[in-house]
Design a binder for this molecule. Structure first.
Ligand code: SF4
Length: 200
């Protein structure tokens, strides 16, 4: 439910909305038979409240009708639920079930491109390429790390390359890069073959 609410909203806003929503509808059965107007009222401040209400109630109804009120863990089942695409399904798999799942949001897609790990722009193709580079048990944590990195350091409008721990290996770094002993001696660090520095 929180992942569906997060579209076009902030974590802080979602966290304000969810306590009352969860208290009012603690089970899929309760949400499936809710008054849409009441759900809209509860989630209004998260934005796109009508579409989100349709997704939330549609998802709850599908869980009751097709999955005995239980959230499935298979990707193929999850993406049949209203409001649930691959990103949301991967969040559910990795966070709720502890299963392999690499959610690709805007931060993840942007940063893996900056790091030169893919040139794909379609999130599904990004996911396919990056999951091929990592062991399945690391997919969820890798996505979370990139999301945090995108918020704290590699911010979209002005990446803070000068403070980035990945600057040594990032082909998009906008700073001259020094590393380890080279940094101390004043010499420029060697880059892996094929990596380049983009001029600021
Ligand atoms: S070096 Fe700059 S562009 Fe590369 S990941 Fe770090 S902040 Fe982003």
């Amino acid at each position: 439910m929180a992942t569906i609410l997060s579209a076009q909203s902030t974590d802080a806003r979602v966290n304000l909305v969810t306590p009352d929503l969860f208290a009012a509808y603690p089970t899929p059965e309760a949400l499936a038979s809710a008054s849409p107007e009441r759900v809209e009222e509860l989630i209004h401040s998260s934005g796109f409240f009508r579409a989100k209400t349709r997704s939330l109630m549609g998802m709850a109804q599908a869980l009751v009708e097709r999955f005995d009120g239980e959230v499935p863990s298979d990707m193929a089942d999850l993406v049949t639920l209203p409001g649930v695409g691959r990103k949301t399904a991967n969040v559910i798999r990795s966070v709720a079930f502890g299963l392999p799942g690499l959610p690709v949001d805007t931060h993840v897609g942007r940063i893996v491109r900056l790091l030169g790990l893919t040139e794909q722009t379609d999130p599904v193709k990004v996911e396919a390429q990056i999951t091929g580079l990592l062991p399945p048990q690391d997919w969820g944590a890798f996505s979370l790390r990139l999301i945090l990195h995108g918020r704290a350091v590699c911010v979209a409008r002005r990446p803070r390359c000068e403070a980035c721990i990945l600057a040594d290996i990032c082909p998009s770094a906008r700073v001259p890069v020094l590393a380890g002993p080279a940094r101390r001696s004043g010499a420029r660090a060697a880059r892996p073959p094929g990596l380049r520095v983009r001029k600021a």
